[in-house]
Design a protein around this ligand. Sequence first.
Ligand SMILES: *[C@@H]1O[C@H](CO)[C@@H](O)[C@H](O)[C@H]1NC(C)=O
Ligand SMILES: *[C@@H]1O[C@H](CO)[C@@H](O)[C@H](O)[C@H]1NC(C)=O
Ligand SMILES: *[C@@H]1O[C@H](CO)[C@@H](O)[C@H](O)[C@H]1NC(C)=O
Ligand SMILES: *[C@@H]1O[C@H](CO)[C@@H](O)[C@H](O)[C@H]1NC(C)=O
Ligand SMILES: *[C@@H]1O[C@H](CO)[C@@H](O)[C@H](O)[C@H]1NC(C)=O
Ligand SMILES: *[C@@H]1O[C@H](CO)[C@@H](O)[C@H](O)[C@H]1NC(C)=O
Ligand SMILES: *[C@@H]1O[C@H](CO)[C@@H](O)[C@H](O)[C@H]1NC(C)=O
Ligand SMILES: *[C@@H]1O[C@H](CO)[C@@H](O)[C@H](O)[C@H]1NC(C)=O
Ligand SMILES: *[C@@H]1O[C@H](CO)[C@@H](O)[C@H](O)[C@H]1NC(C)=O
Length: 832
Amino acid sequence: MMGIGELKLFIWISSALSLACISIGFTPVDNYLIDCGSPTDTSIGNRVFVSDSSNSQFLKTSQSILANATVSSSIVSPLYQTARILNGVSYYNFPIQRHGRHWIRLYFYPFVYKSYDMRTANFSVSTQDFVLLSNFQIKNDSLMKEFSVNITSDSLALAFTPSDHSFAFLNALEVVSVPDNLIVDDANQINPLKSYQGLLVQALETVWRINMGTLAVSAQNDTLGRTWITDEAFLRNKNLAIPITKIGAVKYSNDTVTRDIAPDTVYGTCRRMNSSGDPNSNFNVTWEFNVDPGFEYLIRLHFCDIVSNAANQLIFNVYINSLIAVQGLELSTLTFNILGVPVYRDFVTGLSSSSKIVVSIGPDTSTGSYPDGILNGLEIMKMNNSKGSLDGDVSAALFPSSGSSKKVGVLVGAILGVVIVLAAIALFLMSRRRRLARKQHSKTWIPFSTSGGGNSLSMGSKSSNGTATSVISNLEYRFPFVALQEATNNFDESWVIGVGGFGKVYRGVLGDGTKVAVKRGNPLSQQGLAEFQTEIQMLSQFRHRHLVSLIGYCDERKEMILVYEYMENGTLKGHLYGSGLPSLSWKQRLEICIGAARGLHYLHTGSVKPIIHRDVKSANILLDENLMAKVADFGLSKTGPEIDKTHVSTAVKGSFGYLDPEYFRRQQLTEKSDVYSFGVVLFEVLCARPVIDPSLPREKVNLAEWALNHQKRGLLEQIIDPNLVGKIRLASLRKFGEIAEKCLSEYGVDRPTMGDVLWNLEYALQLQESVIQNEPDEDSINQIGDVSPLISNVNPVDDTVTAEKVRGSSVGDLSDVSISKVFSQLIKSEGR
Ligand SMILES: *[C@@H]1O[C@H](CO)[C@@H](O)[C@H](O)[C@H]1NC(C)=O
Ligand SMILES: *[C@@H]1O[C@H](CO)[C@@H](O)[C@H](O)[C@H]1NC(C)=O
Ligand SMILES: *[C@@H]1O[C@H](CO)[C@@H](O)[C@H](O)[C@H]1NC(C)=O
Ligand SMILES: *[C@@H]1O[C@H](CO)[C@@H](O)[C@H](O)[C@H]1NC(C)=O
Ligand SMILES: *[C@@H]1O[C@H](CO)[C@@H](O)[C@H](O)[C@H]1NC(C)=O
Ligand SMILES: *[C@@H]1O[C@H](CO)[C@@H](O)[C@H](O)[C@H]1NC(C)=O
Ligand SMILES: *[C@@H]1O[C@H](CO)[C@@H](O)[C@H](O)[C@H]1NC(C)=O
Ligand SMILES: *[C@@H]1O[C@H](CO)[C@@H](O)[C@H](O)[C@H]1NC(C)=O
Ligand SMILES: *[C@@H]1O[C@H](CO)[C@@H](O)[C@H](O)[C@H]1NC(C)=O
């Protein structure tokens, strides 16, 4: 949305000049300068923009591409020579050491790189609390967007969300502390003129920053890295005003108005009314600025009387949008009769329906003073709207907030990672299965053991615990590339069953007839490699009937291909909404939840160190031909939480709408983050709607928030999937709502373990089943006491859950450990 109301700042770089004019004064505590996509650090004056390739701890993306402009560095700033192209939701995450206002400066310069024409990129940028850019497109030239946001949490996440079928890009980025006194709480509201409070919490976008007169100020010459452009192009009638320059006259006299408010070059230059010596002159000097309608604006006017002498008196009126803003402004009375002392005045406009802001100065005829007037500088800053947006009528509530009254804005880079829509099943190649099964008897089974030789993909180098360090080299699971080419009809596009940030998923048939799902990573994605390795590591270490099985992989020719068992019925999400598949019954849904909970419980407890999935969502729960649930997509998994503390920075990862607010706030990963996400899945299963639906009214946009609100008021039944109305026993619904609510507790410590969730879901299933069998018309939860024994009541033939329980501690499957724990828990509960 290029065009009106944007401050176009062409960054002009001259190292010689900037070295001569090093900023003095304010030292920002947080000072992140990033040159995106650049292989090396870039110095701009005395500021060093670090490469985000060598220093990628801030960037989290499912897929990004480093792009290289072909333009010579004499034409554009070195900052603009490289870009990072972001496919899929990505984010930069910065620890914030000092709460308060920060600049967020985004640098864009669209160029064409390979098949990416950045002029067609269309994307949104947001922080946890505010939407900065929405469906943003930049057609021409370089552009810097400057925002200032008061950050009151310990980190700032900047999410880049491509619009449908598009991508995002960024050339450089700044997140820098701003002095506290730059934006104060109070201002003057015009229309009607009165005082205004509340600027401290506002997010602001600099739309125009003007130095009246003939001198521009570059970022290098401003203590806060601001760029000031000249006003000539904005004057309605150039002849009515004279530019004045008298920089030496400026006297910063106290701590309120310092060089950080505006530099000498701003206060020491102005436009003055051109009365040509005629004491009867009566006209206004007027500037016009294009702005986006539909927002309020903060207008800051800078004055400094560099024109008066003892003989004349400078008194004038100031108008904003033709309304009087200051009547009879007499600068010397504001500055204790000292000339050359800078002052500024802040004004807040009402909601503007016009696409212009008009600022005028003119004589105050009521005083009979000589017609005169000046303006030294002007800033127009867009204020966030009531939805927390600075661009368009979109809502910052896109990001989940916790159930409590304190709004915890959470956005996070979500890895749209992997919408694996697996379809039709496979009759598994029996021999391969048996082989796998044999190996499962060993509790420390690692298929990619350190034995074999050959081309090996080194693994576990990032892992600080010995157990995970293994080397993939077992040729048995390593597929030759040609075999996978054959299996997928040479990666036939019409065989694609899913596309995600990591790459595409193809259906395939191996030489022996086994149906498989083949996930082919994009080799350009560095992030992809880490996820590829994690996924192999996780899936080869952990085998469970409720975790999707990895059949093999291929790392030939820099390929990153994973081969999985084929899941006939696709994703849980696909069965809930949006795909037209027949609706699942409540019992089926409960069983699916139980299966998924079982898979997660196993991950959390099945080995010495808990494994945290980190991307639990309905699209990552796959269903086999019997609708048995299997958890998929371990690309983001981590061992936690101990191992995490050893890492300097833990990137917040996950998917929109599912992300644990506590994890986001504290950056500390525990199993309880999966529990939170699972709670969201539970509500998704009950309500059969997307977790984030921006098309809905604000209170409904975020499923977790909305459902929790109904649950807490005992109104959950009002929002259930219409297909379930009249089909859920009240007791079962109550139990289910209670579980989901607990999962979504604000603090991890208050959330149940997956084991508890599992047991409670089983209980909810019992409440549904048994009551129906025994007392079809009785809804009371008191009935439950009569239901005995829990397990034998369910038909083992059609109930996978029970089947597993009945098997009890059967084969030497790792999962037995966790299963039997749950089993004993069940037994204990029964005994109450
Ligand atoms: C950018 O282009 C230059 C010359 O065209 C090349 O030497 C350099 O390797 C490229 N860098 C990247 C990151 O592609
Ligand atoms: C930021 O906002 C908080 C209120 O949320 C306020 O107390 C604080 O003073 C603000 N800080 C700055 C520098 O504006
Ligand atoms: C960007 O994408 C959105 C959503 O796909 C679309 O509505 C909008 O028109 C696009 N913007 C531009 C400038 O094309
Ligand atoms: C882009 O530049 C071309 C020519 O340089 C101009 O005609 C066009 O209006 C510009 N578009 C925008 C959106 O600024
Ligand atoms: C910085 O300001 C000095 C004078 O104050 C001026 O000579 C110089 O050109 C300016 N540099 C830039 C990069 O604007
Ligand atoms: C000031 O006004 C006079 C008379 O209208 C005009 O001749 C002169 O050019 C103006 N000066 C400027 C700097 O525009
Ligand atoms: C200056 O502008 C204001 C607001 O538009 C208007 O009320 C006033 O009459 C103007 N003065 C002159 C001399 O044009
Ligand atoms: C600082 O100076 C400005 C301009 O003279 C004045 O308006 C303001 O009240 C002064 N502040 C303090 C704290 O003295
Ligand atoms: C901007 O956002 C803040 C914090 O969310 C909110 O308090 C304020 O009311 C919003 N501004 C407007 C003009 O609605």
